[in-house]
Ligand binder design. Structure first.
Ligand SMILES: *Cc1c(COP(=O)(O)O)cnc(C)c1O
Length: 480
């Protein structure tokens, strides 16, 4: 059962005279189920991060009700069978917890949504909502498009040209969505913030037509950071939501909702789904987001509203098989992020001392421009200063090869253990050259705005022993 539908069902009363007695009885039964699920969630959210990631909402009661399966069942079925016309009518009116049809909702997706919502809201008392999507880009498109609707008549936003404010240090797909789909095709003004550390630049980019403020932390592949709390304050002062892509950090290192962000988007295809077996995404939101547009229900519970309305109509649903793969991977998220981050710092430190390396970007390096801010915002969840595992900076780093474009390609081609792929967040270390892969389409000017030189190699560190990764890099860097 979807958290969204469960919550809606819990709020409904069965005595609405508009419904027939049969539908009202179905709603009453639905309320009891919704109440039990809400109570189970309240118990689970008191547990620690690892425990929530491992068990999710799959309680002992849930297991016994599903023939004792100790794992959340994979339900690949397209649709749900209903007991009666009354049950079906109540379900299709979103009056009872149900899933109906797998484009709209599905039990395996609901298990993933419930787990991700608890992890993203961990350490807060926010009741976080989640809508999982068929890819990270689908999550970003759904989360941002929802704000590109006409504002209420008579408001300054209605009269102004729609605009968005976004960090230029963002994923190539996001850059293209904003620059091509929104700006070129729909006439939305995209006001890029070239340096996300510059708070005045965020402030100056906002105008009457602005619909949302968008940032990525840390950014792929530039590893740029920004002050989430400060940018959220700027956005909120203008009645705007802050949307944060924290794919690279994952909730094991960063939970932007706790810092004041309104909406978080993830590509589940990366570190959350570290085995690399599926593509997926997620939209997560805090209750009562800031927004200048949209109906009151959209502001009240954004991810649920997206799921029930635009997501249902656009249809970028996640396959249940993919959701199941993510549920399996998310159980080990914290441990993987801890280990990969430790190795990434070792590799970044080694690279920073190599004569063939012109520059290293990694927020964990003390001389990195974003280090202080990263240290303040990114911490290993439930880490411990005394045990020495409090500070972690993620698996992604970037390095520029001395000698420019051709030298970078030679080093890249010399890698043997590290995979050459447009990919990251894997159990196996992966390298890419962003200028010819993820950020090829945005062109020379777009890359220069995003500070992505041709000599940059993006490196995602996995679970191998770091000495083997370093040996591979050493061999590649010493080739001529
Ligand atoms: C990969 C990625 C995306 C897009 O996700 P897909 O699942 O590939 O659609 C978005 N943001 C960041 C930071 C990414 O690395």
């Amino acid at each position: 059962m979807s958290h969204a539908l469960e919550r809606q069902a819990a709020e409904r009363t069965a005595d609405d005279p508009a419904w027939s007695p049969g539908v009202r009885a179905a709603v009453e039964r639905g309320r009891a189920r919704a109440g039990a699920a809400t109570a189970a969630r309240a118990r689970v959210r008191r547990l620690r991060f690892d425990t929530i990631a491992i068990h999710g909402l799959w309680t002992a009661e849930a297991a016994l009700a599903a023939d004792g399966s100790i794992s959340e069942p994979l339900v690949p079925s397209t649709a749900q069978h209903f007991e009666s016309a009354d049950e079906m009518e109540a379900a299709l009116a979103y009056l009872v917890p149900s899933w109906t049809y797998s484009r709209m909702a599905n039990p395996t997706l609901a298990a993933l949504e419930g787990t991700l919502a608890l992890l993203e809201g961990y350490g807060t008392d926010l009741d976080v909502s989640c809508c999982v999507t068929g890819s990270g880009m689908a999550a970003i498109a759904m989360a941002t498009q929802a704000f590109l609707v006409p504002a209420a008549a008579g408001t300054p936003t209605r009269r102004a040209r729609p605009s968005i404010v976004a960090s230029a240090k963002c994923y190539g797909g996001t850059f293209m969505l904003f620059a091509e789909r929104f700006a070129a095709e729909r006439g939305v003004a995209v006001r890029w913030v070239a340096d996300p550390l510059d708070l005045d630049a965020w402030q100056a980019a906002i105008d009457d037509g602005t619909r949302f403020v968008y940032g990525e932390l840390p950014s792929n592949p530039g590893l740029a950071v920004f002050d989430v709390a400060a940018v959220a304050r700027i956005a909120h002062a203008h009645g705007l939501p802050l949307i944060v892509d924290s794919t690279i950090a994952t909730p094991a290192l960063l939970r932007p909702l706790a810092l004041g962000a309104d909406v978080v988007v993830h590509s589940l295809s990366k570190a959350i789904g570290g085995s690399g077996l599926a593509i997926g995404g997620a939209i997560l939101s805090r209750p009562a987001i800031a927004t200048r547009v949209g109906p009151p229900e959209m502001a009240a519970d954004f991810a649920t509203w997206v799921k029930l309305h635009p997501f249902r109509d656009h249809g970028p649903a996640l396959a249940p098989q993919a959701a199941h793969a993510f549920l399996v991977d998310v159980r080990t998220l914290r441990g993987r992020v801890d280990r990969w981050s430790t190795s990434a710092l070792t590799v970044a430190t080694w690279l920073s001392r190599h004569p063939q390396v012109a520059a290293v970007r990694y927020p964990g390096l003390p001389f990195d421009r974003g280090h202080e801010l990263a240290a303040r915002q990114m911490q290993l969840v439930d880490g411990d200063e005394g045990a020495g595992d409090a500070h972690r900076y993620g698996h992604l780093l970037g390095f520029e090869v001395a000698g420019g474009r051709e030298a970078a390609r030679r080093v890249f081609d010399g890698l043997e253990l590290i995979r050459r792929a447009t990919d990251l967040g894997r159990i196996r270390s992966v390298a890419t050259i962003p200028a010819i892969s993820t950020h090829q389409q945005q062109g020379e000017a777009g890359r220069s705005l995003a500070a992505i030189p041709d000599s940059l190699i993006s490196l995602s560190i996995g679970g191998e022993h770091p000495a083997d990764v370093i040996a591979d890099l050493d061999a590649a860097l010493s080739r001529d």
